[in-house]
Write a protein that binds this ligand. Sequence first.
Ligand code: TYM
Length: 482
Amino acid sequence: MATTVNAEALNESPLPEAVAKESKQSVDPYNVSGEVGEDGVMKAIDYSKLVDEFGTKRIDPALLERFERLTGQKPHRFLRRGIVFSHRDFDLILDRYERGEPFFLYTGRGPSSDSVHVGHTIPFEFTKWLQEALDCPLVIMLTDDEKYLFSDKRTVEEVQGYCYTNAKDIIAIGFDPAKTFIFSDFEFMGGAFYRNVVRLSKHITLNQSRAIFGFNDSTNIGKIHFGSIQGATSFASSFPHIFGTDETKTNLIPALIPCAIDQDPYFRMARDVAARIHYAKPSLLHSKFLDALQGPGTKMSASVDESAIFMKDTPNQIKNKINKYAFSGGKTTVEEHREKGGDTSVDVSFLYLRFFLEDDEELEKIRLAYESGELLTGDLKAICIKELQTYVKAFQERRAKVDDEIVHQFMDRRPLKWAGNPRAPIVVPQVEGAAGTAAGEAAEGDGKLTKNQLKKLEKQKQIEAKKAQKAKEKEVQPVAAA
Ligand code: TYM
């Protein structure tokens, strides 16, 4: 049967159980699957190949060292372990951070079911950490329109409902409401955002859309157009309530987009158009996928319960799913396993621990014990079950506290407040009522700062000088081994 997670969208598709036909690996927003060889077995996704094919850059130790030097933060375990492995122009974002120039974080979710799965939390966990490390504003897009357009079954009302429950899930990751704006496409479309959608769409031809996303003559035109909506969110001028109304400035503020690499095609297209319409090109940080329980090369599906751990699963469901479905890299008999050891490169329990176990030393001990045969599959599964139960329980405790009022707080159009790089030379406010870094604006020098802004600037400078002095006294730790 199907060798790709395909059909209308990822979330509709059955899992590739009995893969038969040979096929190449396929990674785009609507297809994610590893290569299938002559033997009919699906391989793990070759991420190195994707970097070359997509023309992105690998995240190397020098980039991580620079990040640590500038922010004073030890890189997140996703960075240390090569889970967030590739980027576009992240170095330019670091340049801006260093100079105290504005940028913002942008990520999103397509609300296709009433609960997110553990894979969806990967970019959100990482984004939360980045928001804290970089102290910058964040916009989170909920593409209810996309999930309606890409499904034969879902109604508009249904996706709007998912939008709301998914917003609660996202908030439960732990974002700071002062710095985070969450919006639904159905609700937010119009005004400055719609102007950018239209500007973008004017520069994308049907041929380009077909070539990038594989659309054909029977594709509904909503899908063909949708890329300009996801793309337009990467432009700061779509958010005048956060960045101000002067588009000559806001068009130059870039987005930094953390996502799994399946979303890259949308932003390749947005970057192309940005260059042509003189907007800042969005930067990206790409993560690998948390494989489905069935093993490497498969991607979790929000509508196939046994493919994934969901953030609403009970401890018992987690235990049963891992024990029953998690693909094992162990040998068939205990004797053989003790003698030859297990394969951590395909073992789903170990792969999950790479994503969720914070302690590098502990992870390495587990790897060695499993590969030497000392640790059996059952033992490894038990460790994984415990780790995931802890992760999901902590999430559910936070989720229980997210009420309607909190959702409104995140989704209201309002100025955001952030402070940026405490060591940067200049910090100025951007929108009255919001404290944002905007040295870039000052450096671009149109001499239009108001008296009030100049006063605030002077005050901020004094605070920053003090902070910088303190920061100098703190010693920055070297990057941990990847
Ligand atoms: P969606 O809802 O399919 O996925 C939400 C985010 O989760 C990532 N993701 C995964 N990451 C790791 N392991 C997995 N198994 C896994 N499954 C999904 C996705 O790459 C995505 O980052 N069209 C988008 C919504 C969107 C968006 C964005 C996403 C709009 N703007 C900007 C990222 C950045 C969607 O349907 O995502």
